[in-house]
Design a binder for this molecule. Sequence first.
Ligand SMILES: CC(C)(COP(=O)(O)OP(=O)(O)OC[C@H]1O[C@@H](n2cnc3c(N)ncnc32)[C@H](O)[C@@H]1OP(=O)(O)O)[C@@H](O)C(=O)NCCC(=O)NCCS
Length: 221
Amino acid sequence: MIVHQKHKNIALDFISDDGMFLNIVRNNEAIRKWCRQVGLIDDLQQENWLRKISSDPTIRMYSIKDIGKTKSYIVGICGLTDIDHINQRAEFSCYIFPEVQGKGYATKALEVLFRHGFNDLNLNIIWGETFEGNPAYKLFIDKLGMKHEGTRNQFYFKNGKFIDAYLVSISRKEFNAIFTNNDELVDCGNNCDSNVVDFLEKDKKRRNCKCKKGDSTDHKK
Ligand SMILES: CC(C)(COP(=O)(O)OP(=O)(O)OC[C@H]1O[C@@H](n2cnc3c(N)ncnc32)[C@H](O)[C@@H]1OP(=O)(O)O)[C@@H](O)C(=O)NCCC(=O)NCCS
């Protein structure tokens, strides 16, 4: 799992067995109306998509998990697609299950995803596209510091009409200026210096470790 010190209750994880049921959520009107998918996704298409994401190196999709003290549960899906290592850019996507929207999950998960994209996958630009009228646009601009790059005029046909699509993006430099410098961690000797840690190996230490830059506390005990 991918976890960041700042949002300890949020983890990006593999899409495992429960992935077969994701089409139920994707077909939900509250989600579907903001996605580029045309029509409903059946079980076979869902299965093909799962197979594709497990073998295509240009795609990294994750389940978003709320990891509570006693149990964790999946609240949505996010990921990077069209990963282009030559130009160091990728498109992002995210959806949160309708019953748990408005709790800050997308804001946190996308911050973790972007950090992963810039710091682990060596991306330079992360970009996205959203339909006019989608409240998610406010999230991208206000909470994640993305820029409105431009508008694709009447680019999609949805619900019987042509609609505009907004392109948004953020560069690694812009992201780091907003996020990384505020919570940079140092090696406290407990192997928890990475901003993005491998959850399975380091979770125990990570949860107990509160080290910040300049903190010389020895956590080894
Ligand atoms: C967009 C989406 C991912 C947001 O998930 P979420 O976990 O509910 O988002 P958050 O709780 O982190 O919301 C953060 C901000 O987004 C904006 N926002 C998100 N949903 C909103 C809504 N329905 N109405 C108004 N503002 C909204 C607000 O600015 C909000 O900040 P605030 O709560 O301080 O006002 C979710 O609504 C969703 O899955 N939508 C359908 C799919 C989609 O549009 N994906 C994005 C395109 S790839």
